[in-house]
Design a binder for this molecule. Structure first.
Ligand code: SF4
Length: 619
């Protein structure tokens, strides 16, 4: 352990466990005896970081190699940051309390655009120059991955190299390349150049945006020979064979998802047109039953958790979900270990599944109809009907559930006030259904939660402008005035946050300066309401003469280059344009795992056969 540890500071902070480390199943290596160290950095607080499965998977994969060490760091809450700054103490890793700037690499996960300022802040607190161009030979390589890396441009001058796609597939190759490069004595630039040879790695300094004489964007292109024009994502072909931690860390404090997270599938073939994850993680892949039961057994033993959450984008779509749930419940119900499904699709929900997972304990049920009317659900390709939802909640109420959460989005393309009436109507029908079948009105509640639609890159709605902030507020107020039942609670999201999210989601390199300026002026923890400083953001846009509306409200033509066109998820842009047209015609597209292939290009581009794999055969 480093001698200047946090030990004497933590009595002054609100939650010392965020920074103390030493959790159950933590991996601590002697850093003198390894070849390469990486600090996995989560740009949010500990409770969020420790709930993130991808982070744990990477930690496990890297640490499974003797010559590498992965440690962790999360964004300090403002109380601890204040102490670090006052004492001019660097941010350190949780395992060895090593200063961030002493690692060979620092790897950020990019889950959410509103965490970008925390990246700058963590680098600064770790005494690493915030801008790539200012980092010397001794500074760590700063890498990043995760869904937001599919539009890396707003961070092009902060991150040295991005890993596009599933990090577990590329991380060891990347570390091997760095290890080899360091042994050969390569300079930082030479090493970065080497990284461009790895499929799925994007090194922004070797690319430049081109503009015509009128300043119209024409695309981003490599600056040198031999640098790939397009960076295609990495992905795991066989989830059952992929490395998964079987002795996950258990924290000493409450975290957001404090349970075993057993990932059962990756990707989703339903094809919701607003959903970025559904497009980015195509084609869908699942783990086989045998592997899942085995992993569950090891995780229960190694963690002692009392709940196994079957995690994925759409858990009820796993082809063996009933056998899996039954197998787990039968094995663990007498040991006090429950099974939960994070979110259920209303069409694949069944009373049998509901009854199975409720045997140990009943948590609230969450459904996401997303839109209130069938017309709008067809626009977004959410292939569920009102009848599906009512049948699902009716089954649930008969089985004894009392609490239901319904997630919707407002401001979806083509949305009208009639569609909002559909939300109210649906919520009231759920209440009526409980009155028919429920057992205890006093314990019953329906929570209607609305987020504002944010158009995301690599989706069919990447060309859609967001509704204005004023209009989104009008729509929230409309729902507030209509959702009057005493059994219905309504929650909504801050529209200004959604506006900024849309700007950075669809951002280009010009936003990097805005980001830097906003951070310098004090923006951080933007995803936390009490810290979001909208006025500073607006000042920063103004100061740099960048109009934020040109991003959030942009309506690019389908054949115009987009700032993320050089990054490929495997899904063709033409397919997304076609899907957008179909949306406007209110036409639905089938789920490609169970129906016809929609021709998105992912299987062909990534040389994969989704139907064969779905049925347990090799790709
Ligand atoms: S290529 Fe066809 S089967 Fe494969 S993910 Fe796309 S739509 Fe589905």
């Amino acid at each position: 352990m480093h001698e200047n540890s946090y030990k004497d500071l933590l009595h002054n902070v609100e939650k010392p466990s965020r920074y103390s480390g030493n959790e159950w199943n933590v991996v601590k290596k002697d850093l003198e005896k390894i070849d390469l160290s990486i600090c996995l950095a989560f740009p949010d607080i500990y409770e969020v970081a420790m709930s993130h499965l991808g982070f744990k998977i990477l930690y496990h994969i890297i640490n499974s190699r003797d010559e590498f060490a992965a440690e962790r760091v999360n964004a300090p809450w403002t109380d601890f940051e204040k102490i670090l700054r006052e004492k001019n103490m660097p941010l350190r890793s949780l395992e060895s309390q090593l200063e961030l700037n002493k690692f060979d690499l620092v790897g950020f996960t990019l889950q959410y655009e509103m965490s970008y300022t925390n990246i700058l802040n963590m680098l600064d607190l770790g005494h690493i120059p915030v801008l790539s161009q200012d980092r010397g030979e001794d500074a760590p390589l700063v890498i990043a991955g995760g869904p937001c890396a599919f539009n890396p441009e707003p961070l092009h001058n902060i991150i040295d190299a991005f890993v596009i796609g599933e990090g577990e597939e590329a991380i060891l190759e990347l570390l091997d390349t760095v290890k080899k490069g360091k042994k050969q004595g390569l300079k930082r630039d030479e090493l970065l150049r080497e990284l461009t040879k790895i499929q799925g790695v994007y090194v922004p300094k070797y690319y430049q945006g081109k503009y015509d004489e009128n300043g119209v964007y024409k695309g981003t292109f490599p600056t040198d020979e031999g640098i790939p024009k397009t960076i295609t994502k990495r992905f795991i072909r066989d989830m059952s064979q992929s490395s998964f931690p079987q002795d996950m860390m258990v924290p000493y404090m409450d975290i957001v998802h404090d349970r075993i997270m057993l990932e059962i599938c990756r990707g989703c073939s339903r094809g919701c047109r607003f959903c970025q994850a559904g497009m980015l993680y195509r084609p869908v892949r699942e783990k086989n039953l045998e592997t899942l039961l085995e992993q569950a057994e090891k995780l229960v033993k190694s963690t002692g958790y009392g709940e196994i959450s079957l995690s994925s984008l759409s858990s009820a779509d796993h082809s063996q979900i009933h056998d899996l749930a039954k197998g787990l419940v039968d094995t663990y119900k007498d040991k006090g270990v429950g099974v939960s499904l994070p979110s259920l699709r209303v069409d694949s929900f069944s009373i049998e599944l509901a009854e199975m997972v409720q045997q140990v304990r009943k948590t609230g049920l969450t459904f996401a109809p997303e839109a209130g009317s069938q017309r709008l659900r067809d626009v977004i390709n959410k292939n569920v009907t009102e009848e599906n939802l009512i049948n699902a909640v009716s089954d649930a109420f008969k089985s004894g559930w009392n609490r239901v959460k319904l997630y919707f989005m407002i401001g979806l393309p083509t949305e009208t006030y009639e569609d909002l009436d559909g939300i109210v109507d649906l919520a009231e029908k759920v209440v009526a259904e409980y009155k028919k079948h429920g057992k205890n009105m006093k314990r019953f509640s329906v929570t209607v939660s609305t987020s504002s639609f944010v158009p995301k890159p690599h989706t069919p709605f990447q060309w859609v402008p967001q509704f204005s902030k004023e209009e989104l507020v009008n729509r929230q107020n409309y729902l507030k005035s209509k959702l009057k039942s005493r059994y219905i609670n309504y929650s909504w999201h801050d529209v200004e946050v959604s506006y900024l999210e849309a700007i950075f989601a669809k951002g280009d390199r010009k936003l990097a300066d805005v980001l830097y300026t906003a951070w310098k002026k004090g923006c951080k923890m933007d995803g936390w309401g009490e810290h979001f400083k909208y006025d500073i953001w607006l000042d920063s846009f103004k100061e740099l003469e960048v109009n934020p509306d040109n991003y959030a409200y942009a309506t690019p033509q389908a054949d115009n280059p987009l700032p993320w066109d050089h990054i490929s998820s495997g899904v063709n842009k033409k397919y997304m344009a076609l899907e957008y047209k179909r949306a406007l015609k209110e036409e639905i597209t089938e789920d490609c795992s169970f129906g016809a292939c929609g021709g998105c290009g992912a299987c062909n581009n990534l040389k994969y056969d989704v139907k064969k794999v779905r049925r347990g055969q090799d790709a």
